[in-house]
Design a protein around this ligand. Structure first.
Ligand code: SF4
Length: 369
């Protein structure tokens, strides 16, 4: 029997993973090749997942709040945003936002995921005021608020340095940053999918600054549009480098691109195989990030559950009022109950654990079972 070159290379990678050695860009790119057995890659990622997190799979009880869908950037990848004068444009008033936070709290949420459009007529103080208002009304609700793209825009609007903006938001009640807006860092890709918003260096600088201030964050990668495997790996390595520097990323979230309703609607949707491979390769490349999240809204419930065997250790949360992915045709439901999340995790042979936003276990009856 002859051994194919890819088999030999995969075997070398296996030995490195077993020895907890870091994979190179070339090795990561090779793992994306369709000839490299997906399940073999998944097994390697699963071994790393088990080493880092044992049998625990995390979830949280959370809700989303998107104050406005009007956005100055109108990225080609975005099905959610519109112009401010569009009939579809909305801006939530304070009462509506407080009602969402109240509803979330009453449903047992520990976290509000707060992101949205950059409205041309709303200044930085409006966004800062939202954080202050929500935090004052519901201090126990962790505000995971504003992507790096939004923070960079606030700095531009206010004329303040990124550091000052983050300090002000943190003081007003911001608990951590979500990881959105990263897309794919490569400038040629950004030119095609989101030419106007913050570039990769700015995105990384916002997170670097947040970490220096003690604000934890997540990181994302939007895959399955015009990018190549090498560009995905470049993205992961840039995140890995920053994590070496700061240690401030909590979780990495691979997001599957949903073309429907975007300016890129002629593209096909990423397959489940591609999604699982991306989760697995992310787990293998990001050796210094604790958690890989299978965000069921983006991946779909079936693929997200399967991803628990391909390197993921977090299913995100119950997610109430998600709009951004659903507007782009995500066919996942609007919400999952805690019982549904726990069943999905148990079916995958893992131990469900409800976490707070910073990965502290929540004291609930469920967690003590
Ligand atoms: S992806 Fe974000 S920044 Fe781009 S148009 Fe949509 S809401 Fe605005």
């Amino acid at each position: 029997m002859t051994t194919s070159p890819r088999t030999a290379e995969l075997e070398r990678i296996r030995r490195k993973v077993e020895a907890a050695e870091r994979l190179s860009a070339g090795e990561g790119t090779l793992l994306f090749e369709p000839e490299v057995d997906l399940h073999a890659v998944g097994q390697l990622a699963d071994e790393v997942r088990r080493r880092k997190n044992g049998d625990v799979v995390y979830y949280n009880v959370n809700a989303h709040l998107n104050p406005t869908n009007a956005c100055v950037y109108r990225c080609r990848l975005c099905a959610y945003s519109c112009d401010a004068d569009s009939p579809e444009a909305y801006v939530l008033d304070d009462e509506a936002m407080l009602a969402r936070a109240r509803e979330a709290t009453e449903a047992g949420a520990t976290e509000l995921h707060l992101v949205g459009g950059l409205h041309p007529e709303r200044d930085y103080d409006w966004y800062l005021g939202i954080v202050r208002m929500l935090h004052e009304a519901y201090p126990a609700l962790h505000l995971k608020a504003f992507s790096a793209v939004e923070i960079a825009r606030f700095a531009e609007l206010s004329g303040k340095p990124i550091e000052a903006v983050l300090e002000e938001l943190h003081k007003a009640g911001l608990g951590s940053l979500p990881g959105g807006g990263a897309e794919i860092f490569d400038p040629a890709v950004r030119e095609k999918i989101c030419p106007r918003k913050a570039d990769a260096d700015t995105w990384l600088d916002v997170h670097r600054t947040a970490h220096r201030l003690g604000i934890r964050s997540n990181a994302t990668m939007l895959f399955g549009h015009v990018e190549t495997a090498a560009q995905r790996i470049d993205h992961l390595i840039r995140l890995r480098d920053l994590q070496d520097e700061t240690g401030g990323f909590q979780a990495f979230v691979p997001l599957s691109f949903h073309p429907q309703g975007t300016a890129l609607s002629d593209l096909p949707r990423a397959s489940a195989f591609d999604a699982l491979r991306t989760v697995a390769v992310s787990r293998l490349m990001l050796d210094n990030v604790d958690h890989i999240k299978a965000y069921w809204i983006s991946l779909g419930i079936g693929t997200a559950q399967t991803a628990l065997a391909y390197g993921a250790d977090d299913l995100d949360g119950t997610v109430r009022h998600e709009e951004i992915h659903h507007r782009a045709g995500a066919d996942s439901p609007e919400i999952l109950s805690v019982a549904q999340l726990r069943r999905l995790i148990r079916e995958a042979g893992r131990q469900p654990l409800e976490r707070a936003s910073l990965y502290r276990p929540v004291e609930t009856q469920n967690n003590s079972e």
